[in-house]
Ligand binder design. Structure first.
Ligand SMILES: [Cu+2]
Length: 176
């Protein structure tokens, strides 16, 4: 199931969780989130890499309804029940919602992801405004954070309209 153990092994081999590459040239993530559905079954993962600016998120998921889904970073690292435990969108600077609305968006607002007819998601997302543990929008803050895949697409407007939460993944440092 996915490559979590292989990636942890690679991070250890590189000697440090923050390593950007190992000897083979493969990228090693700084952090990871394992995505689970409402039944608690593992349905995917998000690999988190420190980019030149911000973070690069590599998303893979299976068993999704085909089509677009809202994908956000939520403010609390908890994935229980219907995943409302993850709280609202991560929004440390009190911005309004919507990548295509207003002057700024939630730090946790991210582009929609797309599931194929087979329900498979593969997406690389550059989140230039997020940091691992920096001064602005750190994803490893006191109560952590969690990625959520929503039932419907995000409207990118003031009201997200993305509906229910179909998968949730708590952000954890790689190798931890
Ligand atoms: Cu969300």
């Amino acid at each position: 199931m996915f490559t979590r153990s292989l990636i942890c092994a690679a991070a250890l081999a590189a000697g440090m969780a923050h390593a950007q590459s190992d000897a083979s040239g493969e990228m090693s993530p700084a952090a990871m989130a394992t995505l689970v559905n409402a039944d608690g079954a593992e349905v995917g993962e998000v690999q988190i890499f420190e980019a030149t600016e911000g973070l690069l998120l590599r998303v893979s998921a299976s068993d999704m309804e085909p089509g677009y889904h809202g994908f956000h970073l939520h403010e609390t690292g908890a994935c229980e029940g219907d995943f409302t435990s993850a709280g609202d969108h991560y929004n440390p600077d009190g911005s309004e919602h919507g990548l295509l609305a207003g002057d700024s968006a939630h730090a946790g607002d991210l582009p929609n992801i797309f599931a194929s007819d087979a329900g498979e998601v593969r997406a690389d997302i550059h989140a230039a405004h997020l940091t691992m543990d920096g001064d602005t929008a750190p994803i490893m803050d006191d109560d952590g954070s969690a990625f959520i895949i929503h039932e419907n697409a995000d409207s990118y407007q003031a009201e997200a309209g993305a509906g229910g939460r179909v998968a949730c993944g708590i952000v954890e440092m790689a190798g931890s």
